[in-house]
Design a protein around this ligand. Structure first.
Ligand SMILES: Nc1nc2c(ncn2[C@@H]2O[C@H](COP(=O)(O)OP(=O)(O)OP(=O)(O)O)[C@@H](O)[C@H]2O)c(=O)[nH]1
Ligand SMILES: [Mg+2]
Length: 371
């Protein structure tokens, strides 16, 4: 009996050998569905084998308004950078694997507290556990943003790392596909699509969904979905974080080397040039991180009092009322009755809204809780 790893590898091999075209799309989708299920199984086996809790050196206490993971190969300058832009002192060295644990630092910028995590350099095979890859990837997954650090001398590095993060279920700078699947008692798989599907036929979509153990379900698609996206949604283990790239060590690179590196990065991604060692571009980098994290301001007005228009709460721009409640007090969600909002997200002043209401920059919010 092949091990789970071998089964996964065999499926990958089959995908690799299969010609990719419209006719094989659904077949490949099903193979990927099987892989996703085997990976889930593998995770469960691994989790039960290990005692609970993250491995030593990798437990990070989250703090601040958002968190950013530094991701790069060994010796690209991650520790040099974190020592410059935060209060953390992370050892740097001219040899690979200087950093062996997760070192958090806090960067305060424009009123936001941003936690930056220095991590050991990632290498190929990390998603399979090489070089403590599993632990490192676990921390990266939990962050709001990935800040890739690359140097201009290794063109292959970025795509290797990016593949590792993809294998670990990270979908960077991608939106969660608008696909909704709800189990029903009978009726088979009912695919309802609001847009034309060019990648897969309805029946092929249903097939992939069946292979995840559904017999009856309503599937709503608001996007032209690829087999990969369906599998991601069904596996339910993907995270959709933001990502930016900093090209470091520009002080010792030629313009040609730098433009070459830029050429291998995803063209629509935010990219910056810096030198952590020589302090080039670091102030811009702070703005760059702040801007790309996407913050907004929410002003709080305690019931029966004036709103505090001086010190807004700085929160991620996809925050809901519930996320604000969680930040204010651990009992607020449990004791929540309703809230009122005035400003850009409200249809009219002091609209009554619930926990799931999405807020907008500049909103004024009152939360009413049970006593
Ligand atoms: N010239 C130059 N050297 C740099 C720059 N940034 C870092 N270095 C040097 O590169 C080497 C590695 O730097 P580190 O900050 O330890 O690299 P790291 O990414 O943390 O490496 P690991 O912890 O091993 O993953 C050190 O010798 C640094 O002084 C830079 O902008 N320019
Ligand atoms: Mg380091």
């Amino acid at each position: 009996m092949a091990t789970i790893k071998e089964q996964i590898q065999a499926l990958y091999d089959e995908i690799y050998k299969t010609q990719k075209n419209k006719a094989t799309n659904a077949h490949i989708g099903k193979l990927k569905a099987k892989i996703a299920q085997l990976k889930n199984k593998e995770e469960k086996v691994a989790a039960s084998a290990k005692s609970a809790g993250p491995a030593k050196g990798f437990e990070v206490r989250k703090s601040g308004d958002a968190s950013v993971a530094l991701v790069g190969f060994p010796s690209v300058g991650k520790s040099t950078l974190i020592s410059k832009v935060t209060d953390a002192k992370s050892e740097t060295g001219s040899f690979a694997f200087t950093t062996l644990t997760c070192i958090p630092g806090l960067m305060e910028h424009k009123g936001a507290k941003i936690q930056i995590l220095d991590l050991p350099g990632l290498i190929k095979g990390a998603a399979e556990g090489r070089g403590r890859g599993k632990e490192i990837l676990g921390v990266i997954r939990s962050c709001d943003m990935v800040l890739y650090i690359v140097d201009p001398f290794q063109e292959a590095h970025f795509s290797i790392l990016h593949r590792e993060l993809e294998n670990a279920g990270m979908r960077l700078n991608q939106k969660r596909p608008p696909v909704f699947i709800s189990r029903t008692l009978r009726g088979g798989i009912d695919v309802r699509s609001t847009v034309e599907q060019t990648h897969l036929e309805d029946e092929e979509i249903a097939d992939i969904i069946r292979s995840f153990g559904y017999t009856s379900a309503i599937v709503t698609l608001r996007t032209d979905v690829t087999p990969d996206q369906i599998v991601d949604i069904l596996a339910g283990t993907c995270v959709y974080s933001r990502s930016v790239v900093a090209i470091n060590k520009i002080d010792i690179a030629t313009e040609e080397q730098i433009t070459n590196i830029e050429g291998v990065l995803p063209p629509e991604w935010p990219i910056m040039r810096i030198s952590a060692f020589k302090d080039i571009g670091l102030d811009n980098l702070k703005d760059f991180i702040y801007d790309n994290l996407g913050f907004m301001r929410v002003f709080l007005k305690p019931q029966g009092q004036e709103a505090d228009m001086v010190e807004p709460m700085i929160v991620k721009d996809d925050s809901t009322v519930e996320m604000i409640c969680n930040r204010l007090h651990r009992d607020f969600v449990r004791k929540f009755r309703f809230s009122r909002v005035k400003g850009p997200s409200a249809k009219f002043d002091w609209q009554r809204v619930g926990l799931d209401h999405p807020l907008k920059d500049g909103d004024i919010l009152t939360i009413i809780v049970r006593r």
